[in-house]
Design a protein around this ligand. Structure first.
Ligand SMILES: O=P(O)(O)OP(=O)(O)OP(=O)(O)OC[C@H]1O[C@@H](n2cnc3c(O)ncnc32)[C@H](O)[C@@H]1O
Ligand SMILES: [Mg+2]
Length: 202
């Protein structure tokens, strides 16, 4: 049985990655923009809460099942900031350049070994707006914050996120490589296992 799943995101970078990732599993998702869904207010205090708020909002507006992604970067030296505020770290939502510049500034002079950080991704799947048991999975990706930007792939914090196992920034990795290693790829892998176990979309 094929059924439409709404992707509860307006972030073009995420949507692009999801198109590739989902196609690997033979699943088609439609971004919420195609349904004119109003953006959910991300008032939660954790990635999990925000992912559920976004998924529920998309279900409510479309009457369809949805998957939301709430993600961000946690920097150890900053006690986990920007965390759930990653998209609006410098004030304006989605100003990637300002966010990256502020993060570099806050870490100015901090030695390499204290620049550890990780991307974190929570995915929430809800069958409908009143679904009492959303499926929630998480993935993370360890690295550290560079001292300046490098690379043009990806989006958001990718130019300043150093990937130790590859020796370069995540914006310097070919898309296929990021899609094998990333927090998002790991979380989606878990979600797909849960789908299989629960015969969702089977
Ligand atoms: O809520 P939606 O509509 O999905 O879009 P958003 O951009 O607001 O997304 P979030 O609320 O989840 O905020 C996540 C921010 O964390 C950053 N981020 C998340 N995943 C990333 C990745 O793979 N590479 C680089 N930056 C990432 C990026 O700056 C995002 O704007
Ligand atoms: Mg958001």
């Amino acid at each position: 049985m094929s059924k439409t799943i709404v992707l509860a995101s307006n972030n073009a970078g995420k949507i692009k990655e999801f198109n590739t990732l989902f196609s690997q599993y033979g699943i088609e998702v439609k971004p919420q923009g195609e349904f004119n869904v109003d953006e959910a207010e991300e008032t939660g205090l954790s990635f999990i809460e925000n992912a559920i708020l976004k998924a529920r909002n998309a279900c409510e507006h479309t009457g369809l099942a949805s998957i939301a992604d709430d993600s961000g970067i946690e920097v150890d030296y900053l006690d986990g900031a920007p965390g759930i505020y990653s998209a609006r770290f410098a004030g304006e939502h989605g100003d990637n350049e300002a966010n990256n510049a502020l993060l570099l500034q806050k870490l100015e002079g901090v030695p390499t070994e204290q620049r550890t950080a990780r991307f974190h991704c929570v995915l929430a799947y809800m069958r409908h707006k009143d679904d009492p048991t959303p499926l929630v999975v998480q993935g993370s990706w360890e690295g550290r914050i560079l001292e300046s930007s490098a690379g043009v792939e990806g989006f958001g914090y990718d130019p300043i996120f150093f990937v130790p196992e590859k020796g370069c920034s995540s914006a310097s990795l070919p898309k296929e490589v990021k899609n094998q290693l990333s927090h998002r790829a790991k979380a989606l892998n878990l979600l797909m296992s849960a789908f299989k176990e629960k015969n969702i979309l089977a």
